[in-house]
Design a protein around this ligand. Structure first.
Ligand code: ADP
Ligand code: ZN
Length: 615
């Protein structure tokens, strides 16, 4: 909550500083002509009859000399003189009864200023602290409710959910590219919400809860919002983690509030993001302290059970961990409909790129299909990011439109990290050039590999150079021959280094990791080893959405473990021998690509073919 108030707080602080500073400026206006002098000096000057007038305010005295007076001034350690026409001093607390008589005797004009603050100032001084206190209290109370400033699309409900009324910023199925099956399934919900009475007359049964399952950034929220937009109903959106993040004990009441506001606004859609945050199996947590989450979950379940058949509220939820959800959530009458959303294939990626480039001025050379094919594995959110990034690059270069070059740069930045300006010695550059040329040449010469797209020795992220291949189409099945070729291509860098320099460098570390993982999967998951055959072992398995390995029990014997290792190294050895044959038989071509790389740093497919034709 503090970060949300720190900004207004800062503004207030700045205001106070400005106020003080200007006050300081006003009071110090005449500082150059005025000097602070000691009381005894003042008496001296009085005796010398240099003083024209004085004004008393409490114990402080201000005055004016008849003519300018030279006063010693101690600054920066060495003394100098300063000519002033005005002075100030402070009277000692010892009474000086003869002062007034002296002043009169020397014909000094004497006046006095009241020490009381003016009525106006005192009113301000009285009110100001209260204004500050109320101001801070107001800001804090807003912060506690977790609400940002208004002016965003949609408002907030008491439960903390964002509300999108049907008229504001409508998202429709047109804004959701691809996902045709998912849209088809949800069409039914849209039809129901559009005309609930008709459905009730016919007596059709409509699902109450729909679970959208898929990796992050694939457009689950977008899709739910589009269902609301298509049907023209109110959309309540909340992340399940918001239920439990604030104070202990509010989760359940927030759920209650959310459902009651949704019922008031019916027909409506409630969307709960990250359902797994409250929906994990009960009693499956580590350690204690899960009461809060369980209470929230129980409340959610009972709200969903409390729907009567005519309720016009649909609950949609999103998760990327359907496996950890409490089975109670998936029972009939709750989230009994499941819509799986996959990462987009290249055709859908092209459509997503089209949606996000609608408002961007594109140059004529732009071919979104090429970008779509070159971004396997990217989600809709990644692609949106890519488009934004390219627009930023174009704007930074003062270009009028986004051309292919900016899109490619943005893609490379997202895929491999941003280009790095670092010093690389000539020798290191040569090693990198041969390493990348090795990958590229094997990719070109082995039949059945993905077409080469680009080779570069400009460092990106952690890599000193990059070789990119772009598949013709997204693949779902990989033949063993394809995977063996892949191993050979990845080993190409290391083999080329060893052949040319008689040594290998640490630059191939990532390649080796890739080779190890791929060959492990070939043997253990896809049964591609002749000696072991069609068996799969839970070794090297990844979670389908998290992309990381989970701890698993070992289900095979020591002998089998040994055989698996033999087979894995066997596959790698075979691939490496192939690579060696190809590269040593084509040394001239390897040199040509490496030299071209050293000269031009980046070669696209067309340029590489030109280089090879010339040798
Ligand atoms: P999720 O909820 O699955 O994490 P979001 O719905 O929040 O993903 O998606 C994030 C953003 O990515 C969306 O706002 C949208 O701009 C973009 N996006 C994702 N998928 C698509 C798609 N199929 N079509 C258009 N934009 C998409
Ligand atoms: Zn490499």
């Amino acid at each position: 909550m503090w970060p949300s108030i720190s900004k207004p707080f800062l503004i207030m602080l700045v205001l106070i500083l400005v106020f003080n500073f200007s006050y300081y400026l006003i009071t110090m206006r005449n500082s150059t002509e005025s000097a602070e002098i000691s009381y005894s000096r003042f008496k001296d000057e009085l005796a010398k009859e240099t003083i024209k007038r004085v004004s008393f305010k409490g114990t402080s005295v201000k005055g004016e000399f008849r003519t300018k007076v030279k006063l010693p001034q101690l600054s920066a350690g060495k003394s100098s003189f300063q000519e002033v026409s005005q002075f100030s001093t402070v009277m000692p607390s010892i009474p000086d009864p003869s002062l007034l008589a002296d002043l009169q005797a020397k014909k000094v004009d004497v006046s006095a200023v009241s020490t009381e603050v003016s009525a106006f100032m005192s009113t301000i001084l009285y009110i100001l602290p209260w204004v500050l206190i109320f101001g801070i209290w107001f800001l804090i109370s807003r912060g506690v409710r977790g609400q940002g400033p208004s002016g965003m699309m949609g408002g907030f409900s008491k439960s903390g959910a964002r509300i999108y009324s049907p008229k504001k910023g409508i998202v429709t199925f047109d804004d959701v590219a691809g996902m045709n099956e998912a849209k088809l399934e949800l069409k039914e919900i849209v039809d129901y919400l559009k005309d609930t009475k008709k459905f009730q007359r016919i007596g059709g049964k409509v699902p109450k809860g729909i679970l959208l399952v898929g990796p992050p950034g694939t457009g689950k929220t977008l899709l739910a919002k589009a269902v609301a937009g298509e049907a023209g109903v109110t959309f309540f959106s909340i992340s399940a983690s918001q239920f439990i993040e604030m104070f202990v004990g509010v989760g359940a009441s927030r759920v209650r509030e959310l459902f009651s506001s949704a019922r008031t606004a019916a027909p409506s859609i409630i969307f709960i993001d990250e359902l797994d945050a409250v929906g994990r199996s009960r009693g499956a947590g580590f350690g204690g302290g899960h009461d809060e989450r369980e209470q929230t979950l129980n409340q959610l379940l009972s709200e969903m059970d409390g729907f009567d058949p005519h309720e016009e509220v649909i609950v949609m939820a999103a998760t990327n961990r359907p496996d950890v959800l409490d089975p109670a959530l998936l029972r009939p009458g709750r989230f009994d409909r499941r819509v799986v959303i996959e990462r987009p294939d290249w055709r859908d990626r092209e459509k997503i790129l089209k949606v996000h480039t609608r408002k961007i001025c594109l140059a004529d050379d732009v071919d979104l299909a090429v970008i779509a094919k070159g971004t396997p594995g990217m989600s809709g959110a990644d692609l949106e990011n890519l488009v934004n990034e390219s627009a930023i690059l174009a704007a930074r270069a003062d270009a009028l439109s986004v051309n292919m070059n900016y899109l490619e740069q943005a893609k490379d930045k997202l895929l491999m990290g941003s280009e790095r300006k670092m010093f690389i010695s000539g020798e290191e550059k040569r090693i990198t050039a041969y390493h990348e040329a090795g990958h590229a040449l094997v990719a070109l010469l082995l039949p059945g590999t993905d077409p080469l797209h680009k080779v570069t020795i400009i460092p990106h992220g952690m890599a000193l150079g990059v070789t990119q291949q772009i598949p013709e189409d997204d693949r779902y099945h990989y033949p063993k021959s394809y995977l063996m070729n892949r191993l050979s291509v990845v080993l190409g860098g290391r083999v080329a280094e060893r052949m040319v320099f008689g040594d290998i460098s640490t630059g191939a570390h990532n390649d080796l990791k890739m080779v190890t993982e791929l060959s492990e999967k070939m043997v253990c998951q896809w049964g591609m080893s002749d000696k072991i055959g069609a068996i799969t072992f839970s070794r090297g398995e990844e979670h389908p959405f998290l992309g990381m390995k989970l701890a698993q029990e070992k289900t095979f014997s020591e002998e089998m473990a040994w055989l698996i290792d033999q087979e894995i190294t066997g596959l790698i050895k075979t691939a490496e021998t192939r690579t060696e044959e190809i590269l040593s038989g084509n040394r001239i071509k390897l040199d040509a690509i490496a030299n071209a790389l050293l000269e031009e740093e980046t070669l696209d497919a067309r340029r590489i073919n030109e280089v090879l034709r010339s040798v």
